[in-house]
Design a protein around this ligand. Structure first.
Ligand code: GDG
Length: 725
């Protein structure tokens, strides 16, 4: 039976040295809770680093056994791995880049090498456990290369990836020298998830620009399969927080802490020490509030919990010093004998105490400068069981997309944050309850268990979709069948499209000329079958490229034909063409060329084509859409058809197409073998026109009228070589 393997940099436990021995401390994090329903089932397992270095082989063996009992398997990292892969590339290159802190980015090739090496270590550890049919769900930015590493060894495995931190705009990503490797690494997955739509859209745009893989509605068309990219906002274990907030233990802490702060209004902030969390800016906003509102002195204080993190990294050390200084300054300026403005804790608290802080605080001030999701704000809302309290939330946190009933602030707008705190302090209770209950409803519904379920369902859906598309794959069996049938045939005809079918695309269309291999394939085939090159290209180009070959050619989607028997005669017009419409349309197209550097017009006998392959990605699509609607409007008057192709927009008469030309070519002749291969919508007309017994094949994995799909032009060449082998 197939199993599910969860993979993350850290296992949901921490391994600690104590008195020469090791002990495990389980993590109660949101992810561990949500995924508990998966990895604890059946043969499933969680693979990751236990969080400490272990060099002694005996100790390692002992740890493996103990973790096995907990349904986990360790990936051991050396001290150097931790420094270069984790602290280095992950936290000094990817983390700052993905949170838009480019000033902290380190570009160190040794760190990159370690990143590749450690991703490979994870891959090896997984391969020891994984079978070809297993599902592997990889988490987060430390393991971006892993999906593709696994895909290469397990081509049919179900691989999913979820990124917990933001995905930045292409402009930031492209600063990383290894951006292409990183993106190709993630694209080894079948499903790629982010917290928000913005992250997903940034990812798709970067993939398009850097790897050249295009997408439609979140589906990336990779060479041999589709990949789905979607947003899955992560929830929390709502009931755990709601229940804990009402528990006796927590209420006892609430009472105890309450005595110390008396009837002051409390502002709560909880973060891991990180520059992305905007901690200094928050202290400054609180300082400004006290400056502007002396009437609040002694009546409001801030509980600030900062959980130690990454304190070996220089930028984190500096941040810690800055926070210490700011807290010192505000407290020394405003404190009285019975009031301290900021209660600052640089440590973490047990869950019951954390819950007490959530429960007793009037306001949660969650103002990261950038945050993938942020669970603290959700935990605060779930813990407010009497529905009073106000959440102030940064627009830069993924959670702000869901929690629209919070007071949303721009963390860089200090006065805006000050005003938000002031408004929160004076918000009527009825409004607090209305906002809080609405947020609670949503968090209850989309909790972490729902998040896991929706993600897993989506993964099934992608696999099914892939299967539908590959069920028509030209595999070895189909290849043999086509070969046998070809060998038996007495009168065979092959309709072969050119660009994307017999050869790849080139940024300059005139440079995509046939190479020696292709010419040989055609020469080998032509004595044994009627070979028809059926293309949208103009007749002069086709004529020049296939000069001397014993083949038929149909150019411009069926406007022109050149038969092999009349080698000397010129091209024959296959369709009468009326082209008085061209002047008006050309003028419009020229206007769009002037506005779009890189665009150009190609004039064919029966059509005009607007090319945007060389236009800056994004701008090309935008202009094409504009031109499309413009031309569509004009096309009605002339009875023309506007069609979107591969980086082109073509306007032509609707009754001229490849299907019509192919039918005319076969008229009155009995063929006992018919094969048609093409890669885009213009070839769909050919496929539709084929007789029942024909083999029709579409290159790529798009939905098609053809009987089969084939991976790429390379496989087309293999198939054609096989016919004559
Ligand atoms: C990454 C992304 C995304 C904090 N202090 C204590 C404590 N915590 C717990 C909180 C919360 C968790 O730590 C922090 O979660 P966040 O979501 O805020 O932040 P990251 O750790 O940076 O997580 C983030 C997340 O992944 C999930 O996808 O939301 O954007 O950066 O659960 O409760 N827990 C205890 N004591 C503390 O003192 N027990």
């Amino acid at each position: 039976m197939s199993k599910t393997i969860i993979v993350s940099n850290r296992l949901p436990i921490s391994l600690r040295h104590r008195n020469g021995r090791f002990e495990f401390k389980p993590s109660a994090g949101g992810l561990a809770t949500g995924l508990g329903s998966i990895y604890k089932e059946g043969e499933n397992i969680w693979i990751g680093w236990p969080g400490n270095t272990v060099d002694d082989p005996e100790q390692r063996a002992e740890i493996i056994l103990e973790l096995h009992e907990l349904k986990m398997a360790p990936v051991f990292l050396s001290k150097e791995d931790v420094e270069q892969f984790y602290e280095g590339f992950s936290n000094e290159t990817l983390w700052p880049a993905f949170h838009y802190f480019t000033q902290y980015m380190v570009y160190n090739p040794e760190h990159w090498e370690a990143y590749v090496r450690v991703n490979q270590k994870f891959c090896d550890a997984i391969l020891k456990k994984a079978g070809p049919e297993d599902t592997i769900w990889i988490h987060d930015y430390q393991l971006l290369l892993l999906p593709q590493m696994l895909r290469e060894v397990l081509p049919n495995a179900t691989i999913a990836f979820f990124q917990h931190i933001p995905f930045p705009s292409y402009e930031i990503l492209r600063m990383i020298p290894w951006r292409k490797e990183l993106l190709s690494g993630v694209c080894g997955a079948d499903l790629i998830g982010f917290h928000t739509y913005d992250d997903m859209r940034h990812f798709l745009s970067a993939v398009g620009r850097i790897t050249g893989l295009s997408n439609e509605s979140g589906y990336i068309q990779a060479e041999n399969r589709i990949i789905n990219v979607d947003s899955f906002p992560m929830g929390i274990d709502y009931h755990k927080f709601a229940k804990q907030a009402k528990s006796k233990r927590t209420l006892r802490f609430v009472e105890e802490f309450g005595k110390q702060v008396e009837d002051q209004k409390l502002l709560l902030t909880i973060d891991r020490l990180d520059y992305s969390k905007g901690i200094p800016q928050r202290i400054q906003a609180f300082n400004q509030l006290l400056e502007q509102h002396p009437e609040l002195h002694g009546k409001v204080s801030m509980i600030m919990i900062v959980v130690p993190s990454r304190d070996k990294v220089q930028s984190y050390k500096e941040l810690k010093e800055e926070i210490d200084l700011l807290v010192g300054r505000i407290n020394s300026e405003y404190s009285t004998l019975n009031w301290v403005p900021v209660h600052y804790f640089y440590r973490s608290f047990p869950f019951e105490e954390l819950s007490a802080f959530y429960n007793m605080s009037d306001i949660a001030l969650v103002t990261p400068l950038r945050d993938g999701m942020n669970l603290v704000c959700k935990e605060f809302v779930a813990s407010k069981t009497d529905q009073t309290g106000v959440l102030i939330l940064s627009e830069m946190a993924g959670a702000s997309k869901e929690l629209q009933d919070a007071i949303l602030v721009n963390p860089n707008d200090r006065q805006g944050v000050v005003d938000a705190i002031y408004n929160a302090l004076s918000m009527p209770q009825t409004e607090q309850i209305a906002r809080m209950s609405s947020m609670q409803e949503s968090l209850k519904k989309y909790d972490v268990f729902q998040w896991v379920k929706v993600f897993m369902d989506r993964l099934d859906h992608v696999k099914q979709k892939q299967e539908e598309l590959t069920s028509k794959d030209v595999d070895a069996k189909v290849m043999n069948e086509i070969q046998t049938s070809f060998k038996k045939a007495k009168n065979a005809i092959l309709f072969l499209d050119y660009d994307g079918t017999l050869t790849g695309f080139h940024s300059d269309p005139q440079k995509a000329l046939p190479d020696t291999e292709l010419k040989e394939i055609i020469s080998d085939l032509s004595p044994k079958a009627q070979v028809v090159i059926i293309s949208g290209r103009d007749k002069d180009t086709l004529g020049k490229w296939f000069e001397g070959q014993d083949i038929d050619m149909i150019a411009e989607h069926g406007v022109w034909v050149k038969r092999k028997e009349d080698k000397k005669t010129d091209w024959e017009l296959y369709a009468e063409v009326e082209d008085s419409w061209k002047d008006d349309i050309r003028k419009v197209m020229e206007y769009y060329v002037l506005r779009t550097p890189g665009a150009f017009i190609e004039e064919k006998h029966h059509s005009l084509v607007w090319h945007y392959r060389k236009v800056e990605s994004g701008l090309g699509d935008l202009r094409m859409r504009e031109l499309f609607s413009h031309l569509k409007y004009m096309a009605r008057g002339y009875n023309l058809q506007v069609l979107e192709g591969n980086m082109v927009l073509e306007i032509k008469r609707p009754d001229i197409n490849k299907g019509r030309a192919a039918t005319a070519m076969m008229k009155g002749i009995e063929y006992d073998f018919v094969l048609a291969i093409g890669d885009d919508w213009t070839d769909e007309d050919t496929f539709k026109a084929m007789p029942k017994n024909a083999y029709s094949i579409r290159v790529g994995y798009a939905y098609t009228q053809a009987n089969y799909n084939i991976k790429s032009f390379r496989q087309v060449r293999q198939l054609l070589q096989k016919l004559t082998s």
